[in-house]
Design a binder for this molecule. Structure first.
Ligand code: TRP
Length: 446
């Protein structure tokens, strides 16, 4: 029944794929604005601690289960279960994960579609097609549907090609480009008047905020979303890692890349906002806070690029290329979760599974596009604030309370023979057993 499984061909390939999944709109858009509205560097500091103390152990849990079972999320959770009841729970958690990630993709595709539309805007303007440029940047259901479809076609195209020739190949091209574009943009924006005020707003900590529960909740939510946790994404990617790899090391590299790029993105977005302020663009909302929602990306920054004259066209082009790349390397990791299940469990061939599942998710996206007001926020809230933390909690329980500790150790030992005497094995099992589940629940009930 099962087709031969794919595997990442190198450590670099896995790192690009997994950091590509992790680095997305959450890092470039969510993190900087969250930081700006929650005490600047105080948020950064809290985020760093939570990312390494809570999100990294949860990431490791997924990678280890995945590589041990070498299977999709449902089968993998079933493999580590003992007894009828836990097997039933495993199937439930696996399925809820698949459904959750599909809904996450359905709203992610809408926002990513905006990024593609804005990416084509400078091209249209360069070609003198002002009418098209206006259409591209005006929020309308027709434009949104068209670009949802474009984005989903790209996602399906990459996933159809498989792990090595699709995910790994494209992530290895796109992620280095993303880092280069990001660095160039930072260097350029920092030379503009007003940029240093933004850097100050970002980096000067307001420590009175560190103990604020709202800050903790948003930092934790941000960390879980950013590392793509709880829904089986990292589990599936983990299932394609070679047994020779040292899991604790590559897991920490993924976390470092994710956090590093989020921190870097802050050095672009906040200075850019203050340059915009300097150029007369409105950057505060009515309540006096920094504009953080969709308004930031689709109105504040485009307005800034507009004030920059002809170089603004180039900057806009680079910026939306960056956003599109970040979205695409994340969306493929989302689609891979249901596709891996369809391929392995139902024996459907990969291209067909990718097309059919991609089409279903596109239809859901379109339903949201045409009923944006009631549905968009609802889907975002249910998936990322309700389902994702609960699933994250369930993953920790599976690893720490249900799976045999010895199997875990044996699995990690395959690529890391000395793990037993290292720091990881002294701390991690305790963490996933007690600290992670309790912390997730505490934050959840906030
Ligand atoms: N981590 C990505 C971001 O920061 C989004 C993402 C990819 C994701 N896969 C996921 C979020 C799975 C939740 C679950 O934008």
């Amino acid at each position: 029944m099962a087709a031969p499984r794919g595997e990442f061909s190198s450590r670099f390939g896995f790192l690009m794929a997994a950091s590509g999944s992790a680095v997305g709109l959450g890092n470039i858009w969510g993190f900087p604005t969250n930081a700006a509205s929650n005490g600047g560097a105080a948020f950064l500091f809290t985020y760093l601690i939570l990312a390494f103390a809570l999100a990294y152990p949860a990431l490791m849990a997924e990678l280890i289960i995945g590589r041990y079972a070498r299977a999709n999320a449902v089968t993998a959770l079933k493999t580590i279960s003992v007894g009828e009841k836990t097997r039933l729970a495993a199937v439930t958690v696996g399925f809820v994960g698949i459904i959750t990630v599909s809904f996450i993709l359905s709203f992610y595709a809408i926002v990513s579609g905006w990024m593609i539309a804005f990416f084509f805007d400078p091209v249209a303007r360069l070609l003198g097609m002002e009418g098209l440029a206006t259409w591209l940047t005006t929020d309308a259901a027709v434009r949104n549907s068209l670009f949802v479809v474009v984005f989903m076609v790209l996602t399906v195209f990459i996933i159809s090609a498989g792990v090595k020739d699709g995910i790994e190949k494209w992530a290895s091209r796109l992620m280095p480009s993303l880092i280069i574009i990001l660095l160039l943009l930072i260097v350029y924006v920092l030379t503009l008047p007003g940029a240093l005020d933004g850097l100050r707003a970002y980096l000067i900590p307001d420590f009175s905020r560190v103990a604020d529960p709202a800050l903790l909740v948003s930092a934790m939510g941000q960390a879980f979303f950013s590392l793509s946790l709880g829904v089986g994404t990292m589990l599936v990617y983990g299932s394609y890692i070679s047994k020779r790899e040292n899991l604790p090391t590559i897991g920490s590299l993924v976390a470092l890349l994710d956090v590093g790029i989020a921190v870097l993105a802050g050095m672009l977005i906040l200075p850019a906002m203050y340059v915009a302020l300097n150029n007369g663009v409105q950057i505060y909302d009515e309540a006096g806070g920094l504009i953080a929602g969709p308004g930031l990306i689709v109105s504040v920054l485009p307005a800034l690029f507009e004030t920059m004259g002809s170089i603004g066209v180039l900057v806009a082009f680079a910026f939306f290329a960056l956003m599109t790349i970040a979205s695409l390397t994340s969306s493929i990791s989302m689609l891979e979760v249901p596709v891996a299940y369809g391929v392995e469990h139902h024996g459907i061939d990969r291209p067909k599974a990718a097309i059919v599942i991609g089409a279903v998710i596109t239809v859901i996206s379109l339903i949201i596009v045409f009923n944006f007001d009631p549905l968009f926020d609802l889907v975002v809230t249910y998936t990322t604030e309700v389902s994702q933390p609960l699933l994250g909690f369930a993953f920790c329980i599976f690893v720490a309370w249900i799976w045999r500790r010895n199997d875990i150790l044996e699995e990690i030992k395959q690529g890391d023979p000395d793990v037993e005497s290292g720091l990881f094995w002294k701390i991690w099992p305790f963490y996933v057993k007690y600290i992670c589940p309790v912390a997730i629940l505490v934050v959840y009930f906030q």
